[in-house]
Design a protein around this ligand. Sequence first.
Ligand SMILES: [Zn+2]
Length: 338
Amino acid sequence: MTRSPRAVARNVRAGGIDPGARGDVAREDQPWAWDESRWRGCVERVRAGRSLKPQAWPGGAEVAVALSFDSDHETIPLRNSETHPGRLSQGEYGARVAVPRILRLLDHHRVPASFFVPAVSALLHPGEIGACVAAGHEIALHGWIHEWNTTLDPDTERDLLMRSIDVIERLSGSRPVGIRTPSWDFSDHTLNLIRELHLTYDSSLIADDEPYELLADGAPTGIVEIPVEWIRDDAPYLTMDRYTGTRPYTPPRELLRIWLDEFEQAHREHGLFQLTLHHHVIGHRSRIIVLEQLLEHISSISGVFFARHDEVAAYLAGLDPGATRRGSDRSGSETAAS
Ligand SMILES: [Zn+2]
């Protein structure tokens, strides 16, 4: 049975759990029949290497704070071939209302951020790119049209990434150095492309609370991973879909408590607090107050290093291994990390 890219993508979005698909594969291809080289090879393809948690953040800061906004706008419905005005207007709200609101808030607190922008979104809203750059924010890669990389062949993934780099460079005035794969859908080929195209960091993976170096088949790559987490993402808590059971399950002010706990623990460990936000999710009146109060709290504390993701990556890449808190072995590291 041929499975459509949409079906495959739904499987990806569901975390790869698709019992219906398993009837399609031969017995020897069932995961429980794989030999060790096969399952080990899958795990080793892209893996967390040495921690890049520094002994000290710039200026002696006790905690680093890296905010990010994924400027998806209309690209998620477009990626899903949902082309009617009703669905697209949800993305339009993000660009039209939420981005100016968020930029005002960041400016008020003088906090830099990273904006991960699909190329099609940038082409639809070039003025937004200019406003972000003028305010000192980073523009980084987030796919062409928010495509799922794991549904693409390597040549197509490369082509879309190269075209995205060209668009972002032209509209922002500088070549992007970082990528967040759309929907955090990091394919078997993504790391090779990151290296081939001389990007310096990724922010799509989840293997640690702190930044780390990516390994490719066991070998260090020099690529910095600035990890994300669903816990530190607004979308899982606040997303609504009219036609499915997806509903916001967390009152926005409860979210503030969760993120304050995340920040306080990062502060205690002298680590990184990284946040992933979406304009069309957090930018509403009853939700922006969460970000407002979070920034008020963090700004009231001394010893905070606010930084764009590219600044975090550049700082960590410039450290010699002895300046990081831990080696490649995480075991027994918690004392050293606190
Ligand atoms: Zn996105």
